[in-house]
Each structure stands twice: as structure tokens, then as C-alpha cells.
Design a protein around this ligand. Structure first.
Ligand SMILES: NC(=O)c1ccc[n+]([C@@H]2O[C@H](COP(=O)([O-])OP(=O)(O)OC[C@H]3O[C@@H](n4cnc5c(N)ncnc54)[C@H](O)[C@@H]3O)[C@@H](O)[C@H]2O)c1
Ligand SMILES: N[C@H](C(=O)O)[C@H](O)COP(=O)(O)O
Length: 352
């Protein structure tokens, strides 16, 4: 794996501006206009496109190019930008796969800056997976998997947390809007999920989750509860064999290592206050099993964190919202939560 430089001090959070036809650029501009970005923040994207979007929405922000490693420009309305240039002009709401390499270029620039010690962390505005795939990257499935490969690690974990769970200071969840959900599998067709939930993957994911709850979130003795895969956690093998054959042996092995991991429990009743009050994170077997509940609890102000990376990466809880792009109607709240979380996690990592 490449060497990572960790430099003390107030390094910026690099905010990739995402799919240029989506809401990402205007959300970054909106936070800057409202003074809601931490002082050391830098956008990564096309400065001309950002300036045009700011003007179109009447936002008093001046995107100002600068280079990684140099001091950030300052001043009223100044938004520092590390330039990555569009491959083709972009219109809000209209996807153009020609810009796939532009979007991936912004991610690469942020990772390079983190690796070089020029950024403290990265936060990603939403990209459009279909546009990246159509733009010549058939294997692309999402930031999470792309970052795993770019950083050269075997496994990472996608965890989303509601805003109140991010600020909780006690153990356990208090109320249905306080939730952390991690996933064993991420972006794959439902048809392929059962085969992808292997004992080895489940154990790797659970170990990373437990480690990062401790190290990144300061939870001294993390308590995790795992969902079953099948209805009623397989009903003792009558409604699917994965629990008996895979989940229970893997969870037994994790418990034998001394980890507090419960389950597998039926997912439909696990997400209830009585069960959640006793745990720090839910481990769901697949994307919509966990994220439908998380987004019901906190859509719009939750954040996505990639665990297991050598860098800090956070993201929004929503997508490109092409229906809202360019209209100034999209909420910047989740991006604000994600940037603030990146700042906090980076400061914690640097202090430690
Ligand atoms: N972090 C990411 O990069 C990320 C996250 C989720 C989805 N996506 C991608 O985004 C694309 C579109 O996904 P989708 O349609 O499933 O979900 P979406 O989140 O883009 O849109 C779902 C609904 O939520 C609304 N919405 C989304 N963000 C909003 C905001 N900030 N304020 C107000 N309303 C908002 C949209 O208008 C739409 O009605 C897909 O390619 C998907 O893979 C990317
Ligand atoms: N699974 C995420 C969600 O539903 O919010 C989203 O697709 C983003 O995933 P990446 O961060 O891997 O792009």
C-alpha cells in the first residue's frame, strides 16, 4: 500500500462536488454562501462551472482556484477550489457520461491530497453511478468500492448514521431517529446478495465496524446487533438456510473473539426502540434492509461514512436529485452534516 502522510494542523477538508448535472455543485455553493462550511474547506471541481452555478442561483460566492499544498485563499464570499476541469459543458438535470472521467478525477484529486498530507479528510457530494458506468467504467458501483480499490485495502464498510446518532455522547440509541447502520453488502443486485453474504465477509465487516466504532467514534465497548438475511431470520432453516449455514457460525466465531455482537435477529422487529436502546450499531445484510430504515429515520440530515480506509471519507445521505438540480430547492443539510463529521473525525485522527 502507498505511504500516507499525516500532518498536524488545520488541513482542509476536500469536498468533491460530484455529478455536475446533479445538485452537488449548488449544495457546496449554498453552504459556502450561508457561512456553514468549516473555515478550512476546499471544493474540488471545475471553477468556471461553479462560478456559473453561483451566478445562476444568485449566491454571493466566488469560487477561487488554488493548489493543494498552498495556503487557501481567504476573503468575503471566497470558496477555495482545487481545479479539475469538465470534459464537456454541463447543464443541471441533464446527464452527460462524457463527464464520468471528470467526476472520477475529482475523487482521485481528493485521495491524492489526503495521501500527500494536503487534506485532512474528504467529503463527497453525490455522483450518478449510471453516468459513470455509461462513461466507460462498467465495473463502477459507488464511491465506497472505488475508494477501497484506490486506497488498496481488501475491505471497507459503508455506515450511515443519523445526525443525532453522530452527536450522541452516551452508549445505545435514544429514540427512533438515533441510528447507525452498517452494511455487509453494498451495491449489487438483490439476486446476488445471498451468495455475497459469506462468513468471511461478515466477519471482516464486523471486525472493521467494531474497530472503527471504537477508534473513530470513541465507543469504548461497541455493541452490535446483526440482522438475519431471510424473513424471521430464516425460521430455524425453514425460510432459508443462510442463517444456519453462514450467519450463526460467523457470529459465534466473532463472539468467541470477545466481541459483543448479537443476532442474527429478524430484521423487521430489530429496528424497534427496545432493541436499539441496547446497541451502538445495526449490521444489515444488504443495502435496502438497512438504509430504508435509516433514511426513514433521518433522510436529509444523515451522513455516510466509509470505515476501514486509511483516510477519512464522509458523504451525503442522498443522490444527485436530477429533478431538483439547478433550481436551488435541494437541502444542503446532509452535506453540512457530512463535512462537519469529516472535520471532527479528521481532528480526532490527527490528535490521536
Ligand atoms: N453519495 C452518493 O454519491 C449517492 C447517494 C445516493 C444515491 N446516489 C446516486 O444518485 C442517483 C439518483 O439516486 P436516487 O434517485 O435513488 O436518489 P436521490 O437521493 O437522488 O433522490 C431521491 C428523492 O429524494 C429527493 N432528494 C434527494 N436529495 C435531496 C435534497 N438534498 N433535498 C431535497 N430533496 C432531495 C429527490 O428529489 C428525489 O425525490 C443514482 O445514480 C444513485 O446511485 C449517489
Ligand atoms: N448507498 C448510498 C446511499 O444509498 O446513500 C449511496 O448509494 C452512496 O454510496 P457511495 O458512497 O458508495 O457512492
Amino acid at each position: 500500500m502507498a505511504e500516507w502522510r499525516h500532518v498536524q494542523g488545520s488541513l482542509p477538508v476536500a469536498i468533491t462536488t460530484g455529478e455536475p448535472a446533479g445538485i452537488g455543485p449548488e449544495l457546496v455553493l449554498r453552504l459556502a454562501a450561508d457561512g456553514l462550511l468549516p473555515s478550512a474547506s476546499v471544493a474540488v471541481g471545475d471553477p468556471t462551472m461553479l462560478a456559473e452555478r453561483a451566478a445562476a442561483l444568485g449566491l454571493g460566492v466566488t469560487p477561487t482556484p488554488c493548489r493543494p499544498g498552498e495556503p487557501l485563499p481567504e476573503g468575503p464570499g471566497v470558496l477555495p477550489v482545487w481545479p479539475v476541469l469538465l470534459k464537456a459543458p454541463s447543464t443541471p438535470g441533464v446527464l452527460d457520461p462524457t463527464n464520468a472521467d471528470y467526476v472520477l478525477g475529482t475523487l482521485a484529486a481528493a485521495v491524492t491530497a489526503c495521501r500527500a498530507g494536503h487534506a485532512a479528510a474528504m467529503t463527497t457530494a453525490p455522483l450518478h453511478k449510471g453516468a459513470i458506468i455509461d462513461g466507460g467504467h462498467p465495473g463502477f458501483t459507488g464511491h465506497t468500492e472505488w475508494l477501497r480499490d484506490a486506497c488498496g485495502v481488501e475491505e471497507v464498510v459503508m455506515m450511515l448514521a443519523t445526525d443525532s446518532a453522530l452527536h450522541a455522547t452516551r452508549a445505545g440509541f435514544d429514540g427512533p431517529s438515533e441510528l447507525r447502520v452498517a452494511l455487509v453488502t453494498t451495491h449489487l443486485p438483490l439476486r446476488d446478495v445471498a451468495d455475497a453474504v459469506t462468513a468471511e465477509r461478515l466477519k471482516r465487516v464486523a471486525r472493521i465496524l467494531e474497530h472503527d466504532l471504537r477508534e473513530q467514534f470513541g465507543i469504548a465497548a461497541p455493541r452490535i446487533v446483526a440482522c438475519g438475511l431471510n424473513p424471521h431470520a430464516g425460521e430455524d432453516g425453514h425460510l432459508g438456510h443462510e442463517e444456519v449455514d453462514t450467519l450463526i457460525p460467523a457470529l459465534d466465531a466473532l463472539r468467541a473473539e470477545g466481541r459483543d455482537i448479537r443476532g442474527p435477529y429478524p430484521a423487521d422487529t430489530l429496528f424497534t426502540p427496545r432493541h436499539l436502546a441496547e446497541v451502538d450499531a445495526v449490521l444489515a445484510m444488504y443495502h435496502d434492509q438497512g438504509l430504508a430504515v435509516l433514511k426513514y429515520a433521518g433522510f436529509g440530515s444523515a451522513a455516510n461514512i466509509t470505515l476501514g480506509l486509511p483516510l477519512v471519507r464522509t458523504s451525503v445521505d442522498h443522490g444527485t436529485a436530477l429533478d431538483l438540480a439547478g433550481k436551488g430547492l435541494a437541502s444542503p443539510a446532509s452535506l453540512g452534516v457530512a463535512v462537519a463529521l469529516a472535520r471532527r473525525l479528521a481532528d480526532r485522527r490527527m490528535a490521536g
